[in-house]
Design a protein around this ligand. Sequence first.
Ligand SMILES: Cc1cc2nc3c(=O)[nH]c(=O)nc-3n(C[C@H](O)[C@H](O)[C@H](O)CO)c2cc1C
Ligand SMILES: Nc1c(NC[C@H](O)[C@H](O)[C@H](O)CO)[nH]c(=O)[nH]c1=O
Length: 199
Amino acid sequence: MFTGIIKELGTVQKIEKEGTNVHITIAAEMTKELNIDESVAHNGVCLTVVAIEGNTYTVTAIEETLLKTNLGAWKVGTAVNLERAMVYNARLDGHIIQGHVDKTGTCVGIKEVDGSWYFTFEYEETEEHLLVDKGSICVNGTSLTVVDPTPNHFSVAIIPYTFEETVFKHMKIGDAVNLEFDILGKYIAKYAKLYAGKV
Ligand SMILES: Cc1cc2nc3c(=O)[nH]c(=O)nc-3n(C[C@H](O)[C@H](O)[C@H](O)CO)c2cc1C
Ligand SMILES: Nc1c(NC[C@H](O)[C@H](O)[C@H](O)CO)[nH]c(=O)[nH]c1=O
């Protein structure tokens, strides 16, 4: 479980293919606190730490993860949003995030307004019921507030702190982003589908 409050930007150091798996080595300050077996969200993708060496650690992505996320676009030098798993008695500054990315969206607009930024994303219309105005959305692992959702677009307002501390500062139009929709919305949607007209 995560909260979407990014603690550090890691840097991809090495990418090695082995069959359909990809081993990714990340350089990050937080390495010194990590343990093998720990879950770390990488742009919102939960991956298990399998090796640690100096200031780098390695994770392995399986095929399903590569197909559902933007990991396939990472190169040596790519910056990645990092968050360690949440501690249960800490403040929940963001929202509940599982680290299971639902699908990718595409950045289709970036607008600077009075020192903050509005980023607009295109996403699949089939997920429209999971986005509500002022609700929560996880974009590349970052907990954000939904602005102006339409059937296949939504925006987020990025304050200067979030811009500097996350991969939003590197984002370009056309980039794929990892989206995790709010788990609360998923349960309500399923309940509504199963019990519509029955209760
Ligand atoms: C606790 C946890 C650990 C995970 N570890 C891995 C992993 O080591 N490698 C992987 O490819 N996917 C892993 N996943 C699944 C991965 O996050 C998921 O495939 C993508 O987010 C796409 O939905 C993990 C998921 C969770 C919740
Ligand atoms: N909800 C919004 C935030 N939240 C804070 C960020 O998640 C946080 O700054 C980041 O994870 C780095 O630690 N920030 C925004 O700019 N806009 C939001 O709607």
